[in-house]
Ligand binder design. Structure first.
Ligand SMILES: [Zn+2]
Length: 277
C-alpha cells in the first residue's frame, strides 16, 4: 500500500470512530419554580443592586444521552406547589408544576432517570431529588461532606436527599471535573465558592453547539459584569474565580450560557416540551 492510500485509510477509520462516538444528546429545560427577591442586595456583598427587586426562575434540566436520562438539579420541593407568595418574606418561592408532571409530557416516568446531577446543596436545587430514589446521585464531594456538618450550612436541607444520605442509595461524590458519560458530551465543571462543592454543567449538542448551565455560580447575568457575590456564599475569592472560569469558558467555546435562575435566559433554549439537540 502506498503511503497516501494508507493515510486515506487511516483518516477514514478515524472519521468512522468519531462518528460512532458522537452520541445522540438532547436537552430539555423544565420549570422548577420561581423565587421573588424583595431586596436584590441579598445577591451582592458590595451593595450593587440597591433598591432593586427581581423574580428569579428556578430551572432544572433533563439530558438524554442515547438511551440514558439524567436530570440536572431538581428545583424547589413539591410542598411549594401553588404556594401563595408571602409578600413580607425576603425570598418568596413557589412552584407551578412538579418534575414528574413535566416528565409525563415527554413520555418519561421518574424511573427512567438513572442519574441525578446536583449543582449544589441549596434547597432550591435538591427539592424534588427524592422522586428519583433509584438513580445514582452525582454531587460535589465538598457539598456532600458539608451536609453532614453541625450546624448545617445556610439553606442546606439533607432530608431532601434522604434516599442517598440515609437509605443507602448510590452516590458518587465528585471532585474536580467529571465526564459523566465518558465521551465528553456532558461534563460537570468544578466551580466552588457559592458552596464548597458547587458545579456547573457543560452539555455538547450536535446542532445547537455547547450549552453551559451555570448552577448558581451566578443567579443573573448582571452579576458577571459587576462581580455580584452574594453575602451567603461560602468563599468570596473562590466565587470570583469560578465566575471568571464560567465567563471565559463560555467565550472560548462560543457556548450558550444559560444562567439557571435568570428568567431572561429562558429564551436561550427551546420552550418545553421541545428539546435542544
Ligand atoms: Zn439556587
Amino acid at each position: 500500500m502506498k503511503l497516501t492510500s494508507l493515510f486515506l485509510a487511516l483518516a477514514g477509520t478515524l472519521a468512522a470512530a468519531q462518528a460512532a462516538s458522537a452520541a445522540e444528546v438532547k436537552l430539555w429545560r423544565l420549570d422548577c419554580g420561581t423565587i421573588k427577591i424583595k431586596d436584590l442586595n441579598s445577591f451582592s456583598d458590595t451593595y450593587q443592586y440597591t433598591g432593586k427587586q427581581r423574580t428569579l426562575t428556578d430551572s432544572c434540566y433533563v439530558i438524554q444521552h442515547e438511551k440514558e436520562y439524567m436530570i440536572w438539579d431538581t428545583g424547589l420541593p413539591a410542598g411549594l406547589l401553588k404556594a401563595p407568595l408571602d409578600e413580607s418574606a425576603p425570598m418568596q418561592p413557589t412552584l407551578a408544576a412538579t418534575i414528574p408532571q413535566q416528565l409525563e409530557q415527554i413520555g418519561l416516568k421518574p424511573e427512567a432517570i438513572s442519574i441525578v446531577g446536583i449543582s449544589h446543596y441549596h434547597f432550591d436545587h435538591i427539592g424534588q431529588a427524592a422522586d428519583f430514589p433509584k438513580a445514582k446521585l452525582l454531587m460535589g464531594r465538598a457539598d456532600l461532606d458539608a451536609m453532614k456538618s453541625d450546624p448545617l450550612p445556610f439553606a442546606a436541607v439533607p432530608d431532601l436527599l434522604k434516599p442517598w444520605l440515609q437509605d443507602g442509595g448510590a452516590v458518587e461524590p465528585v471532585s474536580g471535573d467529571k465526564d459523566v458519560f465518558g465521551d465528553g458530551s456532558v461534563t460537570m465543571l468544578t466551580m466552588p465558592g457559592h458552596t464548597p462543592g458547587s458545579y456547573a454543567l457543560l452539555v455538547k449538542l450536535a446542532k445547537t453547539g455547547p450549552v453551559l448551565l451555570s448552577g448558581d455560580i451566578v443567579h443573573f447575568e448582571e452579576q458577571l459584569k459587576n462581580d455580584g457575590v452574594p453575602p451567603f456564599n461560602t468563599d468570596r475569592a473562590q466565587s470570583l474565580a469560578s465566575m471568571d472560569r464560567l465567563a471565559r469558558m463560555a467565550k472560548a467555546l462560543k457556548a450558550i450560557l444559560v444562567v439557571q435562575h435568570d428568567a431572561d435566559d429562558i429564551r436561550k433554549l427551546p420552550t418545553f416540551p421541545r428539546a435542544a439537540e
